[in-house]
Design a protein around this ligand. Structure first.
Ligand code: ADP
Ligand code: MG
Length: 716
């Protein structure tokens, strides 16, 4: 792909109704199911709306203006007709409450007409605003006192779509979810606010950089989603999987069992059928899926859509996870999105490719071909480095959940320490700018360092470091620390907000220097130089798994927040509150509500896991071990009982300890309770598991009551 087409993709990504960088032809593989067939796309709108209404709606989308309510009735009528023709009987406002999941409440289009029949009703008011009976969604106290309800508001920038079901179809309207007092109760509102913030900062900077043309900057996201597929029969035989999404027990299969050729190996027939079906469904919904391949672990796969603007990309990602899970059931499979379904086997993450692009088609993180492009690029890149360094703790917190604690901070990619990989070439460029001198290979002209003499940067996407949590990959940054089950919304909200802040900080400095008499190019170079010098501690090109890096990171003063209870307080630090407040992305109260919800979710999930583990150990595993002991006693073969008995005693003792940990101490709550759960329940659970897994290896196979890893992990 040339630089130009890539840049145009950014425009296409933001504008086309399906939101993707590809034309329909590229993604359509069936005549009857063209790409986006179930999307109320720009093409459909153009077809069905009056010229006037269509252009009003488009201008809302293009300029981020508020929607003219007078157009809503006509849009609603057109949307309803279109949906009815496609078999829809119900509509729903889809929203993303703070649980990280997607929620919907279905309403029928049909209202009794008073004479025994029914007419389809769906007005502009119903399109624009809904009132779900959503008082049970977590709000971290925001609505607790006087107003239990919230309302959903149509987001016209994310296209409506139809979900098919064998027994009907459902019109889904992407919406935001807020309290009556205007506070965000969802993941979408702050994301939209952060996109606005970044656009304003970036446009301001672009003016300084001499761009008079661009009117809006869009952030883009392209996720790479990892997941496991297992046979549903095994799933239902594992109460731990059903209840917690991960196996709480299970010994590692014999060495060498993980066939080396799984990664990028050939895909089994049933899996391939599943993938093709999932992709077809997603394409109908306008989700631009592209790649599929096996991942590192057995039973693990990856799917990646083409990047879109952050809002549409984030909505599509929620939809994708839903379709992936639903489709699996058709093939007798279950799709596991948990970050660590199997101990000792690679977990699942989600790489978040992120960039910024103008409405004129320019990717701001593309090094470009001219010296002026280079200066732009270095400026925005420096802003990202500064933002990530300043808010490293918040970024870590943005990817924290209980499943992630088995990956980040444990012995798996990527580490809990946030650092940036720039690649050898780019790092050299920044170092040269910082020191004013290059190594013998740096072109001589480069050393003058005026923007006008910067040579084309010799960057290519091939320079990779798979261990870095935040890597520059040619024309975008790849935030690799997201968990596989996560919504993209908050991590991208954080990225957009902190980069908006850093862009403004750098712009302020450039303006100060210019008013003190510098020329712009000189001021820009100086600002990039100062910023890099102040923030380069966050840049690391080496092996992030290496123990030596942990020591080095500590020496550099980087944060190492290993667990969710360590990371979450970063949501409420002064720099976070300041940045989110300055850009009106989340108020302190809104941040507090999120923090409370996330702490509570951690506690709840830890407790569900710990109680499930206790119950399985006590009522399933221990009895199996006792049955085996009876068998041994009957056989009266010397030596065997002596091996097994102590294990059973150990198990029994470990269960007692877990039961004790599962009794909360009085008066402990909030973060303290989360810490209690981590230090007591989770550790006690690990001890029970450790013994149980040793027992699994000695108890007669036909007596072992749970499907083993060696069975579950290989789908045939
Ligand atoms: P590679 O596979 O070499 O990492 P790709 O170009 O295939 O590179 O990108 C991987 C992911 O990054 C895809 O989801 C892709 O759509 C996304 N991506 C590419 N360019 C951008 C961009 N400008 N902004 C956000 N995501 C992007
Ligand atoms: Mg990747």
């Amino acid at each position: 792909m040339t630089t130009r087409t890539r840049q145009h993709n950014v425009t296409a990504a933001k504008w086309s109704a399906n939101g993707s960088g590809l034309g329909a032809a590229d993604l359509t593989d069936e005549k009857n199911n063209p790409f986006g067939a179930n999307v109320f796309s720009a093409a459909v709108q153009k077809d069905r709306l009056s010229k006037d209404t269509f252009s009003k709606l488009q201008s809302t989308l293009e300029h981020g203006d508020a929607l003219d309510p007078s157009t809503a009735d006509e849009v609603a009528e057109a949307m309803k007709q279109w949906a009815l023709e496609r078999g829809a009987t119900h509509y729903t406002h889809v929203f993303q409450p703070l649980t990280g999941l997607t929620a919907e409440k279905h309403d029928s289009f049909f209202e009794p007409d008073g004479s025994g029949g029914a007419i389809a009703e769906f007005s502009g008011t119903e399109l624009i605003q809904g009132e779900p009976d959503a008082s049970s969604f977590p709000t971290g106290g925001i609505r607790a006192t006087f107003e239990a309800r919230g309302y959903t508001a149509w987001d016209p920038t994310s296209p409506a779509f139809i979900l098919e079901n064998p027994n009907g179809a459902l019109l889904c309207i992407p919406t935001a979810f807020a309290s009556w007092t205007g506070e965000a109760l969802d993941a979408k509102i702050p994301l939209l606010r952060s996109m606005d913030a970044l656009s304003k900062s970036a446009i301001r900077a672009l003016r300084i950089l001499g761009d008079e043309e661009s009117q809006r900057v869009f952030t883009t996201v392209g996720p790479e989603q990892e997941y496991f597929l297992i046979d549903q029969q095994y799933y239902f035989e594992r109460p731990d999987l059903v209840t917690t999404g991960r196996t709480l027990f299970g010994a590692k299969p014999p060495k060498g069992h993980e066939l080396d050729d799984h990664y990028f190996g050939s895909i089994p027939e049933r899996i391939l059928a599943y993938m093709l079906d999932t992709e077809t469904e997603l394409r109908k919904l306008g989700v631009p899926v592209k790649t599929r391949h096996n991942e590192v672990a057995p039973g693990q796969y990856e799917i990646a859509p083409i990047f879109e603007n952050s809002n549409v990309g984030s909505d599509h990602q929620q939809l994708m996870m839903q379709i992936m899970q639903n489709t699996a059931r058709k093939y007798g499979l279950v799709c596991l999105l948990h970050e660590k379904p199997f101990a000792g086997v690679n977990g699942s993450g989600k790489h978040n490719n992120w960039s910024m692009g103008t409405d004129t088609g320019h990717n701001l993180l593309d090094p470009g071909a001219t010296p002026a492009d280079n200066m732009n690029f270095l400026f925005f890149c420096a802003a990202v480095i500064q933002a990530v360094n300043k808010h490293q703790g918040l970024l870590r917190a943005s990817v924290a959940n209980i499943g992630q604690d088995h990956r980040l901070g444990a012995n798996e990619a990527p580490p809990a320490i946030i650092s940036i990989f720039l690649g050898a070439e780019l790092e050299k460029v920044f170092s040269a700018i910082e020191s004013g001198e290059g190594d013998p290979h740096t072109p001589a002209s480069f050393l003058e360092l005026g923007a006008s003499v910067l040579p084309p940067l010799p960057m290519h996407g091939g320079d990779r470091n798979r261990t870095s949590p935040f890597a520059f990959t040619g024309n975008k940054f790849e935030f690799r620390a997201l968990g596989s089950s996560m919504s993209l919304a908050f991590p991208n909200t954080v990225l957009n907000t902190i980069v908006a802040e850093a862009i403004d900080e750098l712009s302020d400095k450039v303006e100060q220097k210019v008013s003190a008499g510098s020329d712009v190019a000189e001021a820009l170079t100086d600002v990039v130089k100062e910023s890099y010098a102040a923030n380069k501690a966050i840049v690391f090109g080496g092996d992030n798994y290496d123990e030596a890096w942990h020591a080095e990171a500590e020496r550099r003063g980087l944060k190492n927040l290993r667990t969710t209870p360590d990371a979450l307080p970063e949501v409420l630090t002064d720099p976070t509150i300041e940045a989110f407040g300055k850009y009106a992305v989340l108020s302190e109260r809104e941040l507090e509500s999120r923090y409370e919800v996330w702490v509570e979710q951690y506690v709840m999930r830890a407790n569900i896991e710990a109680e499930t583990a206790e119950s399985i150990a006590r009522t399933i595993i221990l009895p199996a071990a006792l049955r085996y002991l009876a068998l041994i006693d009957d056989a009266e073969v010397s030596g065997i009982a002596e091996q097994v008995k102590p294990l059973v005693e150990e198990l029994s003792a470990a269960i007692a300890k877990l039961a004790e940990a599962n009794e909360y101490p009085d008066g402990v709550e909030g973060l303290e309770l989360a810490q209690y759960a981590r230090d007591n329940q989770i550790t006690a659970m690990a001890e029970v598991r450790e013994v149980a897994d040793r027992l699994e290896k000695v108890v007669a196979d036909d007596l072992w009551p749970l499907p083993k890893y060696s069975e579950i992990l290989f789908v045939r």
